[in-house]
Design a protein. Structure first.
Ligand code: CMP
Length: 133
């Protein structure tokens, strides 16, 4: 089934010059970018996006990290786009993510983990509305 998912290429990836490599992994898999915007996130947008995490101990530091520079917000479309993007991203903690995944190849952190992908159809609808209105 064709789906849309929200991807964030996070500030660490943008700083490291990995936008092209990451985007090409999604594209070569067969997903298509239907919206994209390079922007610096505000605290307000992040509090909405990470609503399920705002009470967690790691959240203040995560929010600061997400505002350290521009990120690329993307909507990707394709067959089973939501689980496919999560598989390409790999486990949240880059130290535990499988080699061959984006985080497994390029991250050693569970905060600076390069990318975000929506975790369900409901999250995708909610997150696309937050970032793209
Ligand atoms: P993301 O897919 O954007 O969803 C929630 C984010 O919280 C996650 O990626 C990580 O960047 C971050 N995160 C999750 N767990 C931790 C943790 N224990 N410490 C710091 N950051 C975390």
């Amino acid at each position: 089934m064709t789906e849309r998912t929200l991807v964030l290429i996070k500030p660490d990836a943008v700083r490291r010059g990995l936008i092209g490599e990451i985007l090409s992994r999604y594209e070569r898999k067969g997903l298509t970018a239907v919206s994209a915007e390079l922007r610096t996130a505000t605290a307000e947008v992040l509090d909405q996006h990470y609503a399920e995490h705002v009470e967690k101990g790691f959240y203040p530091e995560l929010r600061e990290f997400m505002m350290t520079g521009p990120l690329l917000a993307l909507v990707l479309e394709g067959d089973s786009a939501i689980p496919v993007v999560r598989a390409l991203n790999g486990a949240t903690d880059g130290r535990k993510a499988e080699p061959g995944t984006i985080r497994g190849d390029w991250s050693l952190s569970n905060q600076a983990n390069l990318v975000h992908g929506s975790d369900s159809a409901e999250s995708a609808v909610r997150e696309i509305a937050i970032w793209f209105g």
